[in-house]
Design a protein around this ligand. Structure first.
Ligand code: FAD
Length: 389
């Protein structure tokens, strides 16, 4: 589990560089997708921070692979949805763990300004630490309530936020979420650095909310919310999630059509939105992203407490995907879910030929991750797969 990796590395004062928002996930499962969070703009997804893997392929062979050794398998399994082999060991990049985190949220009522600032912040990737934030995320505020804010305990009794005072009925607000890591060594200068970075942004001036906490508590923030939801029986419920990578050039159309259109005034869960730099994603991996230098993750992380809501939200997800298709917004699903072969081929696009050829090579009998219905195996003809290439 990712959380165990963190506990083990912290004993040496070290920590992985790229994260997911939630830590109770397996290493193999996240590396089979990508592993993204607010550090991705700077360090790339988790799959860009792997040095070496041990993989048991669909042929039953245990193979050690890396960029230089069995590199095709290495790139195939990263973002490979478990289709080529089972990851049994990963050697990943670490860095000295910061001690504390200054965690800041600021609000916007104007979507264009919100995006301008987010894109500016992620353009600072690779700059020295004092010239950029360490984490850039954001979310859309359509309505309020526990279920909508479960991703964090930020707005709490000790940090009260009257969002209604900033928001006219029916309006959509956008919250930029940023952090700055620091140690005892630079604790004196962190406020000054933050102020100088915040000066470059155009958020609603009265809407700065700051909290300060140990690094571990920040990384493990979603777990706190999980415990709260569990205690109310609101965690183990169906989650009709939809995660989309939206190209930067069409994010304003997406806002108009989805956040201010399809969603209405009820979201049933948090909606994350933050941009990433494509050059931090290794194009040799199996994961697919839009054809633009910058693209946004838009994550509808919704919960359905009854079957009626489940049906309603699932329909709404389909409506969102259809809207993107009809408006020619070339989104890619993250954590993709499809039920037909054609949809999978469309999802992989130019990468389909390579993806299916790699399947033939590493799992020719198609015994791995069959539930995703990417490939259909005909036992009477083990070479059926070639039909799809
Ligand atoms: C509460 C919650 C929060 C999340 N937050 C984030 C987030 O912030 N960022 C993010 O990027 N993702 C996030 N995810 C998604 C998460 O990355 C995926 O669901 C991932 O698959 C989880 O890993 P798992 O251990 O649950 O995998 P499983 O659900 O068990 O498996 C998912 C896929 O990975 C494959 N797989 C699993 N283990 C291995 C292995 N060892 N080797 C090869 N393939 C394997 C399976 O075949 C399957 O295809 C979140 C998920 C949840 C439930």
């Amino acid at each position: 589990m990712v959380k165990d990796v963190l506990s083990a590395t912290l004993e040496y004062g070290l920590a992985p560089m790229s994260w997911t928002d939630y830590l109770y996930l397996s290493v193999g499962g996240t590396l089979s997708n990508a592993g993204i969070s607010g550090q991705t703009f700077n360090h790339g997804p988790q799959i860009s921070n792997v040095y070496e893997l041990d993989v048991v392929t669909g042929k039953g062979e245990l193979v050690t692979c890396s960029e230089d050794r069995n590199s095709e398998l290495f790139h195939a399994v990263l973002g490979g949805l478990g289709q080529f082999g089972i990851i049994t060991r990963a050697r990943i990049a670490l860095e000295p763990a910061p001690h504390r985190v200054r965690w800041i949220r600021v609000l916007y009522s104007n979507f264009a300004t919100f995006c301008k600032d987010q894109e500016y912040l992620i353009s600072m990737h690779g700059k020295p630490g004092n010239e950029r934030f360490d984490y850039v995320e954001g979310f859309v505020i359509v309505d309020e309530g526990l279920i909508n804010n479960w991703r964090s305990s930020f707005f709490s009794a000790s940090n009260p936020v009257k969002i209604t005072s900033l928001k006219a009925d029916g309006d959509v607000l956008y919250c930029l979420e940023i952090t700055k890591n620091y140690n005892q060594g630079n604790a004196d200068s962190v406020d000054e650095e933050i102020q100088s970075l915040l000066k470059k942004l155009d958020f609603i001036p009265t809407s700065v909310f700051t909290t300060d906490l140990p690094y571990l508590d920040f990384l493990d923030r979603v777990h706190k919310a999980e415990l709260k939801l569990r205690s109310k029986g609101l965690w183990d419920v169906p989650h009709p999630w939809l995660n989309l990578f939206v190209p930067k050039s069409r994010i304003a159309d997406f806002d108009k059509g989805v956040f201010k259109g399809i969603l209405g005034n009820k979201t049933s869960g948090p909606i994350l939105i933050y941009p990433m730099n494509k050059n931090k994603w290794d194009q040799r991996s199996s994961v697919v992203t839009p054809e633009e230098d910058v693209f946004y993750l838009v994550a509808f992380l919704r919960s359905a407490l009854d079957t009626e809501t489940l049906e309603y939200l699932s329909n709404e997800n389909r409506q969102i995907v259809r809207f993107c298709h009809d408006s020619e917004i070339k989104v890619k699903q993250y954590l993709p879910h499809y039920t037909t072969h054609q949809e999978w081929m469309d999802h992989f696009g130019d990468k389909w030929t390579q993806f299916s050829a790699r399947k033939m090579k590493f799992d020719p009998r198609q015994i791995l991750a069959t539930g995703q219905q990417i490939f259909q195996f005909d036992p009477s003809n083990p070479l059926t797969l070639t039909n799809y290439i």
